[in-house]
Design a protein around this ligand. Structure first.
Ligand SMILES: CC(C)(COP(=O)(O)OP(=O)(O)OC[C@H]1O[C@@H](n2cnc3c(N)ncnc32)[C@H](O)[C@@H]1OP(=O)(O)O)[C@@H](O)C(=O)NCCC(=O)NCCS
Length: 373
């Protein structure tokens, strides 16, 4: 084992280190399949994103890494700036020495300095809980087999592979969602151009009626999953419901794992009536508030929609280290950072908001969809 003196970090990655970072990520997450992580996460492992990749290196070799991508997001009319953190990895022989902990903190500090409100972390472990992250939200998940999907089947809906010319229509359908990321067109192109798409692990399927675009469904498959996972869909829900049987067949699977958010209520009802059984699930991973005061400012349109303009005018908030204080119409609550993220976005156990704030929270969570980091 190397001594601490020969390790450099925590530091931002520099130009020559990208290959060493992806080699680490491939070794830890992909059984060493060279290029696999770079293919799956092209925006994370990108020269343009080096300032958001944090590393420890020894003798020119990256031995521990934490990466993030910063992006806009929309939650019911609120414009947020979020960071998605992922590919957190340390080579086995360097583990348990606090390297990843320091890198997570370095990424969090940069996100805060950059004006990020909220961080979405692709995983839930002590490493993240220690900075105040928690698996929030209450989505609904089912695995629907061919019989269930047959009951919803609408023979007018045709499904085919997406082409580059379909991407603007897909983007328009995605942008109509009430909760979403701000997704540049290049990320749509990534979905089509990846090796995972070429090998049939990622599908982007277009739903058509009379040769006209009605929606899209993105499906991921894994080597041993035994089902296709609907990563994202866009378009009218009845259309999507009617197309799912064909989507399932086109993706080469006999059942589909489907996760729906609270605003997907109609599709959940249709699938339930067809026999699907949903269970509540939290978001993938854990979320942490980067700046409580900034997040509350950003959520003003949501607070107004739920509690009225007087509530927004009375809003006051502050944060002091781990302690977050919120005051609305004369009622005040002081919470730890972990409690605050649970109050704002809820949990599968329910809404741990104090009674005064129950009208306002939980706010909706964002699904990663095809932009998973
Ligand atoms: C997870 C991983 C990145 C941790 O890397 P590491 O450099 O060993 O991390 P650290 O030494 O900082 O922390 C190791 C553990 O000690 C804990 N720890 C560190 N300092 C601590 C402290 N002062 N007090 C209490 N716990 C502490 C961390 O929370 C962490 O717990 P966890 O593994 O249950 O999350 C590494 O084990 C790995 O690469 N695993 C495989 C890939 C993976 O699972 N990545 C995460 C995907 S979500």
């Amino acid at each position: 084992m190397s001594d601490r003196a020969s390790l450099r970090g925590p530091m931002r990655a520099h130009r020559g280190e990208l290959a060493s970072i992806t080699a680490l990520a491939d070794a830890v997450f992909m059984q060493g399949r060279s290029g696999a992580m770079g293919d799956l996460f092209p925006r994370l492992f990108h020269e343009r994103n080096l300032e958001n990749l944090f590393v420890f290196a020894e003798a020119g070799r990256v031995v521990s890494h934490v990466g993030m991508v910063q992006r806009g997001a929309r939650i019911a009319g609120c414009e947020l700036y979020v960071a998605c953190m992922g590919a957190v990895a340390t080579y086995e022989e360097f583990r348990g020495r606090g390297l990843a902990s320091q890198l997570v903190q370095a990424a969090l500090d940069k996100a805060r300095a950059d004006g990020v409100d909220l961080m979405l972390i692709s995983g839930d472990r002590t490493l993240y809980r220690r900075i105040g992250a928690f698996p929030v939200g209450r989505d609904f998940r089912c695995v629907a087999d061919a019989d269930i999907l047959d009951r919803l089947r609408d023979p007018r809906m045709r499904v085919r592979k997406a082409l580059a010319a379909d991407l603007p229509a897909c983007a328009a359908a995605y942008d109509a969602k009430p909760v979403r990321f701000v997704r540049p067109m290049e990320e749509w192109a990534d979905r089509l151009n990846s090796q995972a798409a070429a090998e049939g692990w990622h599908h982007l399927l277009i739903v058509e009626e009379n040769n006209s675009f009605r929606g899209y469904v993105a499906v991921n498959r894994g080597h041993d999953w035994g089902y296709g996972e609907v990563a994202e869909f866009g378009g009218a829900v009845e259309t999507i419901a009617g197309a799912l049987r064909a989507v399932c067949a086109a993706s080469g699977e006999s059942s589909l794992k489907i996760t729906l958010q609270s605003h997907d209520e109609i599709l959940r009802t249709l699938l339930t009536q067809a026999g699907a059984v949903f269970a509540p699930v939290s978001v993938d991973g854990a979320w942490v508030i980067v700046s409580f005061t900034r997040l509350m400012e950003r959520l003003r349109p949501w607070i107004e929609a739920r509690a009225g303009i007087d509530a927004v005018h009375s809003l006051a908030c502050s944060e002091d280290g781990e302690s977050c204080t919120l005051s609305v119409i004369g009622k005040t609550v002081t919470l730890s950072r972990t409690e605050a993220v649970q109050m704002i976005f809820g949990t599968i156990e329910g809404v741990p908001a104090p009674p005064t704030f129950c009208d306002i929270f939980p706010a909706p969570t964002i699904a990663y969809g095809i932009g998973y980091i």
